[in-house]
Structure formats: C-alpha cells, structure tokens
Design a protein around this ligand. Structure first.
Ligand SMILES: *Cc1c(COP(=O)(O)O)cnc(C)c1O
Length: 380
C-alpha cells in the first residue's frame, strides 16, 4: 500500500477493513480487557485497553501512512495537548520552543520552565535566534510550528532540522495547520510530527485527539513519549479513534476545498479598505511565502488571520455581525470559524487587538466572502 497516493490512503483507511465479517469499515473494539488462554498466554497479544486498542491502532496506521513511508509510526493521545505534554516531558532535558505559536504549547512550555526545566525561545522569522538558543541551552528537543497558529509564521523545516541536528537535538514539528496532505515534515528532516487531530485530521469538530509521528533514527524521545501514554493514561477512546478514521477518509477533499477558498478569501481581504493586514502564507508578500511554497504541496492551508481597521472593538463588531461564519475557537473543520484571540489570551502574549483568526471551511466560497463583505461593510 506504500505506493498509494495520499487521497487513496485516506479514503481506504490505509486498506483496513473488518476482517472478521468482510465489512468495508473497521470495527470499534470496546473491550478494556482481554482473556488469557489456559496456559495464561494472550492469544492476540492485548492485555488491557490503556496499553493498546485495535481501533486506535487503525487510525494510527492511516496517520503514519500519510506522514511517511515504511518505518513511520504514529501514536494517538487523548488530545493534541496530551501529545505535546508527553513529548515535552519525554525530552528529559532542555527544550527550545518557537515564540508565538499555539497558546497551549507556549503555556505548557512556560509551566515546565516554572517547574525548573530549562526552556529556550526563538523567533520564527529569524533562524539565527534558533541557532543562538541552541548554543545557549544545548537542547534535547527543538519544537517548531509551521504555519503557526494564529500568526501564520512560516519556518523552514529543513533549515530548523539542520540547526537542531548540529546541536544533537531532535526536531519536532507541530504540523496541525498543514495536515499531511500539504506538508510531510519527516520528508524535510524532522524527527517527530505533532498533530492536534481535533483540527484538520478529523475535520468535523466532534473529536478531541492528538498524535505524535516518528520512528526514524532519532526515535528516543518518540519512544519515551509512546511509553508515557500508557504510564500516564493519556489514551484516546475507541469511539473517538473510529470517528477520526472516518473523518480522515475525506481529508484530501476537505483540505483541497478549504485551501482553495482560503486563498481566495485572503486575496479578497487583502484588497479590502477596512482590513489593514492579512496573514496568509499563500499571499506573495507574506515573508514566508517562498519557504511555504517549497515545503507545502498543493495549497497553503485553511487558516488565515486579518487585522480589522481600528482595534479590538472594531474586530469584535465585525465578528458579531457575521451570519454564516461561526464565532468559535478551533480550526480545520468543515464549517468556517472566526476567533478574536486578543479576547481570550492574557495581555502577556501581545496578541494584536484588531486580529481575527479565520478557519475557512468547505462552504461555497462566495457565501464565505459574502458574509465577510456584509460584516465589513457595516463598519463605519
Ligand atoms: C489546537 C491545537 C493544539 C492542541 O490540540 P488539542 O487537541 O486542542 O489539545 C496544538 N497545536 C495546534 C497548532 C493547535 O491548533
């Protein structure tokens, strides 16, 4: 199956089905415990669901096949943040983290620092700051996020990997906003891929899940994080794993449709007199456009941010006037969502007051644009 295109891997759940019944869809295995034989052996290997679950393994097999070739492995966690926590705690040493990424990642890193872990920071738009942070902290793990949420910063995965490896650190890439349809970080030299599968991978805003993908040469931290999942109990439920596999069957179609719309919406907003700035790597004037074009394949993602003319008040009014696009957190779902991050992050993150983050769904592009048009037009 390794020669299948990604659309095929996703649509066919990597060739899995119900081998007991011939059903074309895999079963949901809900057993928490597995019976032993008279000689006390385990006929199918499983002992207890916290260690291993067949329905979870099915979803992991799809993610691993989408992210890499042979030898690539995936582990699912109870949420994206559970995966990130397992990863960062498993580094057991200094970590260098990108500034201004997903709020939960930056907050988790800051909490680790409070507990005494050595954490260094770097700026996505200046890779010499990554070099400096590595020289200072001698990290075991470097964490990047590209495109970042919600600032849409772009980091060259290949360059970050070269720097991390020069200091003998593993490189982890949070690729949530790209999905494996657009970017496969392992192909660019990364050691571990992180996903909030809550977002684009599942795509229907009805599953909370996270994934780590790895298994290459530098697999020590990935393996430790995989063990931490069972030890710490950060496991995904079987129903959620089933829904995730179901959601991923349409991944390539959903990503293609939302990327196409997002690019159109970004151009529309960039030309709008009530919008002062658009952050979207697909726009030619984005500082990371060339790098994004080189490491993203077939589109620039469904996420963009734009600054409304004025400040927090104007941004909240525009959000409030929207009729189709829902005011809600999260991203990567079939429905378009808008969020005013400044309202929910503490002042310390410096989130621009006028910024609205838009996750473009798979609705008709003209309906999304018309909704933005009427909301922006109402602004004096
Ligand atoms: C949402 C998100 C996470 C956290 O995932 P949860 O599933 O909500 O725990 C991590 N990274 C990025 C980029 C995200 O958008």
């Amino acid at each position: 199956m390794s020669d299948w295109q990604r659309a095929t891997i996703a649509a066919q759940a990597n060739g899995q089905h119900n081998s007991a019944t011939g059903g074309v869809v895999g079963p949901i295995d809900l057993s928490t415990t597995f019976e032993r034989s008279e000689d006390y052996s385990l006929p199918a290997g499983g002992i207890y669901r916290r260690d291993d679950n067949q329905t979870v393994r099915e979803a992991e097999s799809v993610i691993a096949a989408l992210e890499g070739g042979g030898g690539t492995e995936a582990r699912l966690y109870a949420s994206g943040l559970a995966a990130i926590a397992a990863l960062m705690r498993s580094a057991r040493g200094p970590i260098v983290v990108q500034n201004g990424t997903y709020y939960g990642t930056n907050t988790f890193a800051a909490r680790l620092a409070d507990e005494g872990a050595p954490i260094g920071w770097f700026d996505a738009n200046d890779l010499s700051s990554l070099e400096d942070a590595c020289a200072t902290h001698k990290p075991r793990l470097v964490m990047i996020e590209t495109p970042s949420n919600p600032l849409l910063d772009i980091v060259s995965i290949a360059e970050a990997a070269a720097i991390a490896h020069r200091f003998d650190a593993a490189l982890a890439v949070d690729s949530t906003t790209a999905t494996p349809i657009l970017t496969r970080p392992l192909e660019h030299g990364a050691d571990i891929v992180v996903h909030s599968a809550t977002k684009g991978l599942n795509g229907h805003s009805d599953v909370l899940a996270g994934a780590l993908v790895g298994g290459g040469e530098r697999r020590e931290i990935f393996d430790a994080a995989a063990k931490a999942r069972a030890y710490d109990g950060a496991v995904l439920g079987a129903f959620d794993a089933y829904l995730l596999t179901r959601g991923m069957r349409t991944l390539s179609l959903r990503v293609a449709a939302s990327c196409r719309s997002a690019l159109h919406v970004a151009h529309y907003l960039a030309a709008h007199p009530k919008v002062t700035r658009v952050r979207y790597p697909g726009l030619p004037d984005h500082p990371g456009h060339a790098v994004a074009a080189a490491q993203m394949d077939g589109g620039f993602g469904s996420l963009l941010s734009f600054d409304v003319k004025g400040g927090a008040e104007e941004a909240l009014r525009v959000a409030g006037w929207l009729r189709l696009i829902k005011r809600a957190t999260s991203l990567g779902g079939v429905e378009s969502l808008i969020e005013h991050r400044h309202s929910i992050e503490p002042a310390s993150t410096g989130m621009p007051p006028a910024l609205l983050r838009l996750s473009v769904g798979i609705e008709a592009t003209e309906d999304i644009v018309a909704d933005l048009e009427q909301a922006l037009a109402a602004l004096p």
